[in-house]
Design a protein around this ligand. Structure first.
Ligand SMILES: [Zn+2]
Length: 90
């Protein structure tokens, strides 16, 4: 991975996380089924109390993102592995 690719990936992840945050704030509420209680409730606290995020540890604030990232990495690794088995790797 080149430094340009790394910078592009960091900027892309920052952009996507911003879009997800905007979508969460715009389209979902605490009353949205499943996602409202699990994702929106803990995240909208920062709109009412800006220092709420720093009261928790990094793991308490990010455990769900960590699991999501691990799932994405697992799927990506499995995809690369399967392409290797099928002979599509170059
Ligand atoms: Zn927000």
């Amino acid at each position: 991975m080149t430094i340009v690719t790394a910078i592009f990936v960091i900027l892309l992840v920052d952009f996507v996380s911003g879009v997800v945050h905007w979508a969460e704030d715009t389209f979902w509420t605490e009353h949205t089924p499943v996602l409202g209680k699990w994702i929106v409730c803990p995240n909208v606290v920062h709109h009412r109390d800006a220092s709420a995020f720093v009261r928790n540890s990094w793991f308490q604030s990010s455990w769900d993102l960590l699991i999501g990232g691990l799932v994405i990495l697992g799927v990506a690794r499995l995809t690369v592995y399967c392409h290797g088995l099928c002979g599509y790797s170059s």
